[in-house]
Design a protein around this ligand. Structure first.
Ligand code: SF4
Ligand code: SF4
Length: 140
């Protein structure tokens, strides 16, 4: 929505280069599962299959919820908190984002970043995080 910021629909390097498949809390998964169920069956089933295939893969992992054709998140409104905060939050001096975001952090030191440590503390209160594939296979 902001032309001076690099994150935009179709910019999917971050979703294609995860360290591991996304891990989410139960509350996050409930929203994600509902969002997957609301997709057309011909979109939802391949997404579920990609989630299963990403289980245990080593970096770089592509998220199963990424639409490979458009580079957009299939469940954007229900995406995990980690995805919502990536590229907008910093932990001490370290901005958590891709190389484009890191360049902004170097070149525009007046950007006001979110506090990732505070977010992390709130996230831990949501309970144990599990991989998408684990939630999916649990039938939740
Ligand atoms: S974090 Fe980087 S790769 Fe991800 S959407 Fe933003 S600019 Fe694109
Ligand atoms: S859930 Fe959506 S935003 Fe998050 S990594 Fe997967 S495709 Fe990207």
């Amino acid at each position: 929505m902001h032309p001076d910021w690099p994150c935009h629909k179709g910019c999917d390097d971050c979703c294609r280069s995860l360290a591991s498949e996304p891990r989410v809390s139960e509350k996050e998964w409930q929203r994600i599962a509902q969002a997957i169920d609301a997709l057309p069956i011909q979109v939802a089933e391949p997404a579920r299959q990609r989630i299963r295939e990403a289980a245990g893969r080593a970096r770089p992992v592509s998220c199963g919820l990424l639409d490979p054709a458009s580079g957009a998140c299939l469940i954007y409104e229900a995406r995990p908190i980690a995805c919502r905060s990536y590229g907008f939050y910093a932990e001490r001096e370290k901005v958590l984002g891709c190389s484009r975001i890191e360049a902004i952090a170097r070149e525009a030191p007046d950007v006001l970043w979110g506090n990732h440590a505070a977010l992390g503390a709130e996230l831990r209160e949501l309970g144990e995080a599990r991989e998408l594939s684990v939630w999916l296979e649990s039938g939740y």
